[in-house]
Design a binder for this molecule. Structure first.
Ligand SMILES: [Zn+2]
Length: 376
């Protein structure tokens, strides 16, 4: 993340030093916006001074995914398949199950990177500019990607943006909580951990792909039907599995506050989150409060994840006597891309094992579910 920030900042300096296209003097443009508009300008066939592009090719020479200067000339409609750019891995995987091999799909947020603070590198910006469709969760989750997509769309109105969360629930259904307090404005954005909402994500994706690519509408529709029937099994299996947890243990205290919509769907209660709303570290006072809460509510386990630091969670566990589980995941898929479990469904199945077993439940209602992708 720091690296990405440095990259953007350096690009800013390179561009501003050689720019013929930017108006930096106002100081109103963010480095990201400056980078985006400079790359967009270049795609228009203008004669922008080269430092920015020199920077791109040197900074990313080692990246196999680097989009070369040639790719800047691709028009959004030039390729036969729809070019779709998405954000976090679980959402990208849901889209993959609908679009199958009839779309060209790229997920931009690398696994293991904090999606809330993810920043685009220049090659990401090029992918956004060349996309036909950008699909994001929205509700403030991927604000840098959203800004880039809007900036690109202002130049290329054919580029479409689909915000899944905004189209799945109304503002009245937004949840504000520990790390996403109402006074900060953005609600908790983690809708996809509620499988009923994931089904809506699948349907919204089908509708948008079918609208933009009507020739393949039948294909998208069949894929969606197959995928939704598996998601229904997953949803019902989770509902049953949670019922096996003793009622007094159906409490979630996590490091990262991502289970709000899951909890309302599956009758659990999020009793707290360790991570403050600025995604920094909790203060010693907050830690003491959490430890007291765990003791007084007899919370059996607290949950961390691969993406976020566990040191502070270790400390809470040690002082409160709660068991620590470090494997809960909201945006990293398990295993490597070749493995069947490397999917949204696989992630949810592993989450249920990590979450419900230490709380005293079992997941026998989920054992028959095949996590592999269903698109043909
Ligand atoms: Zn998150």
């Amino acid at each position: 993340m720091i690296y990405a920030g440095v990259v953007i900042f350096m690009a800013f300096i390179f561009i501003s030093s050689g720019a013929t296209t930017l108006s930096m003097a106002s100081g109103k443009e963010s480095p990201n916006a400056a980078l985006i508009s400079s790359i967009i300008h270049r795609r228009d066939g203008s004669t922008m001074a080269s430092p920015a592009l020199m920077f791109l090719s040197t900074a990313h020479a080692s990246e196999s995914s680097f989009a070369s200067e040639d790719t800047l000339n691709t028009s959004p409609q030039a390729t036969e398949k729809l070019d779709v750019v998405a954000s976090v891995s679980p959402i990208t995987n849901i889209i993959k199950n609908i679009g199958g091999d009839r779309i060209e799909l790229t997920g931009l947020v690398p696994e293991g990177v904090n999606s809330h603070t993810f920043e685009l590198v220049p090659s990401d910006v090029i992918k956004v500019i060349n996309a036909d469709l950008v699909i994001i969760n929205g509700l403030g989750l991927e604000s840098n990607l959203e800004d880039a997509a809007l900036e690109a769309q202002s130049k290329y109105p054919k580029l479409q943006i689909l915000k899944l969360a905004e189209n799945t629930i109304t503002p009245a259904q937004w949840l504000f909580d520990f790390s996403f307090p109402k006074e900060k404005g953005d609600p908790n954005p983690h809708l996809w951990l509620n499988v009923a909402y994931a089904m809506k994500f699948a349907n919204l994706t089908r509708d948008k792909l079918s609208e933009m690519d009507p020739q393949n509408a039948g294909y998208y529709s069949e894929n969606t039907e197959r995928y939704i029937s598996l998601l229904k099994k997953l949803d019902e299996g989770i509902l049953q599995a949670v019922q096996t947890v003793p009622p007094q243990n159906r409490k979630l205290l996590t490091y990262h506050d991502s289970w709000a919509y899951f909890a309302t769907r599956y009758n659990m209660t999020v009793v707290g989150a360790v991570q403050p709303s600025d995604f920094g570290e909790p203060t010693p006072r907050e830690l003491v409060r959490l430890i007291d809460q765990i003791k007084s509510e007899r919370i059996p386990a607290i949950f961390a994840s691969e993406v976020f630091p566990t040191q502070v969670v270790n400390q809470i566990a040690k002082e409160s006597g709660a068991k620590i589980v470090e494997t809960l995941s909201d945006d990293v898929l398990p295993g490597n891309p070749e493995e069947p479990r490397h999917s949204y469904i696989g992630m949810m199945l592993e989450n249920m094992e990590s979450m419900l077993t230490p709380l005293g439940g079992n997941i026998t209602s989920l054992t028959d579910i095949d996590p592999r992708d269903t698109s043909h």
